[in-house]
Design a protein around this ligand. Sequence first.
Ligand code: G4P
Length: 285
Amino acid sequence: MKQQNVHYFPGHMQKARRVIESYVKIVDLIIELVDARAPLSSQNPLLNQLAASKPRVVLLSKADMADPRVTDGWIGYFKAQGYAPLAGDLKKGKIVKTLLAVSEPLMAAKREKEKRLGMKRQPIRAMVIGIPNVGKSTLINNLGGKKAAAVGNKAGVTRAEQWIKLADDFILLDTPGILPMNYPDGAQAVRLALLGSMREDVLPTEDLSYALLGYLKENYPSILLNRFAIPDLRDISSDQALIRIATRRGLLENGAPSTEKAAYLLIKEFKDGLLGPASLEVAPC
Ligand code: G4P
């Protein structure tokens, strides 16, 4: 994707670091959420510093909006990195079973230690971490559901934390760890803006729409054909494409097709998954 000159200042990095550090101390397992449409761009390497020693499930959220073949590539990539990856639609109910299944094998050291010390089997204590808008609250709400009982306060940290019981041997912190975005480069900033993880005013809408059009042209030309009846973007400029979208959707400004409104619509439809499954980033080989 085209490089852009972006100035982005992540605020509260230090505060986020302190909060996450305090949480990490009391959990056995990190559930790192990344957006399946751009898993690397939606990671923050800060987590590697803060939770290097903790077993980690990498959960690729919003897989329903991503290109399934590309998502398979990412699953292989994260496996090769030593994590337990899984992908899914966090709005659907099935995720808890899968999560429990991939988590237990990561607890070998904990189980070994319990055995060595002659302790009873303790529940896995997990927490959800990720940058904004990757689905943390959706997952916690989905996992919490109505059936799961809150297991009450636990001592040992400065604040009393609430835990949600997902199974007899699995409890989850009901508060997610929110990672700020790491100073992203231009291409990464474009991806994050398209995922809705970055403030909308950071990049001008039209520039963002040009980047998206360029990417779709190269990687998913059928999307433009199916959704907007644009047969081949190679023959027309991005502005012309926006005019076609505006004309087709009746987006006018003073009686003329509005490229600004078309740019806004294109981005919104991408964010909402209305264009059809598409990924913005392919796993490195
Ligand atoms: P956050 O806590 O990490 O900031 O993210 P949050 O759960 O608030 O999710 C951000 C948006 O992404 C929400 O949409 C949520 O519904 C949507 N979302 C989360 N996971 C998935 C998923 O796996 N698939 C799809 N398709 N969408 C997902 P919203 O429009 O902001 O809110 P809402 O109106 O849907 O509640």
